[in-house]
Design a protein around this ligand. Structure first.
Ligand code: ADP
Ligand code: MG
Length: 240
């Protein structure tokens, strides 16, 4: 579903991604791990064109999204993203957050958008919060709303950038559980995470980035038990 071919990204003189090539199959769950500053967020952000690749190509369903003629809004509709810091619209209710883009971008009627929004809130366990404002929710609840909001666009791919890193420890599980059940529905997912247990249990593959390079690309049982590179071994020793 996603093919990444020799992806390079520079910020001025700083080379952040140095020739990453990989692919993600439909329904696959890929965990992206690596040290801080290794380029994980930049990599994800290139996949939905929040960053423009410097060179290299990214195909989604055989469409080269790095071509000039690509409509960025179409790509972002199809590739949902969840951030560390939620980014909910503070002046809208929870349901308001969920229906905004489907109405505005996809032209859904309020009735259609609310129907789907309420279904999604039920899926993330927040049916009772539809009319609440974000500031009255816990971090874990906010992140579950953010996931539901991304799903409301009915994307084919979901990207997560450290979705549990800003949460108090007791709220991590409720968010990971929602992500796990989403994985079981067959959603194609790429997840930057420091939750090694989750990566091990839920991911089909682990990508290990270091210094802007894809150093390892392996199934979790292989990556976590016998990483090939010294850099991955060092990283895991610090994490586990
Ligand atoms: P990670 O998510 O693995 O911590 P990032 O992709 O956020 O890494 O960042 C990789 C490097 O790119 C860092 O050195 C960071 O400072 C730099 N960087 C990221 N975004 C920008 C930007 N918009 N402008 C300049 N430098 C950036
Ligand atoms: Mg990051």
């Amino acid at each position: 579903m996603i093919k990444i071919d020799q992806l390079y990204k520079d910020f001025g003189k700083l080379q952040v991604l140095k020739g990453i090539s990989t692919s993600i199959k439909e329904g696959e769950v890929v965990a992206i791990i690596g040290p801080s500053g290794s380029g994980k967020s930049t990599f994800l952000r290139c996949i939905n064109l929040l960053e423009k690749p410097t060179t290299g190509r990214i195909f989604i369903n055989n469409q080269d999204i790095t071509e000039k003629k690509t409509n960025i809004m179409d790509i972002r509709q199809n590739v949902g993203m969840v951030f560390q810091h939620f980014h909910l619209f503070p002046h809208m209710t929870v349901l308001g957050n969920l229906i905004y883009a489907p109405m505005k971008v996809k032209g859904q009627t309020k009735q259609e958008a609310e129907k789907l929004g309420l279904e999604l809130l039920a899926k993330v366990g927040l049916s009772d919060k539809a009319n609440e404002y974000p500031k009255r929710l816990s971090g874990g609840q906010k992140q579950r709303v953010a996931i539901a909001r991304a799903l409301a666009m009915q994307p084919e791919v979901m990207l997560f950038d450290e979705p549990t890193s800003a949460l108090d420890p007791e709220m991590v599980k409720e968010v990971l559980d929602v992500m796990k059940s989403l994985a079981h529905t067959g959603m194609t997912m790429a997840i930057v995470t420091h939750e090694m247990g989750f990566a091990r249990e839920v991911a089909d593959r682990v990508l290990f980035l270091d210094g802007g390079k894809l150093v390892e690309d392996a199934p979790p049982q292989e990556f976590f038990t016998k990483p090939k590179s010294g850099r991955a071994r060092d990283f895991l020793q610090k994490m586990l």
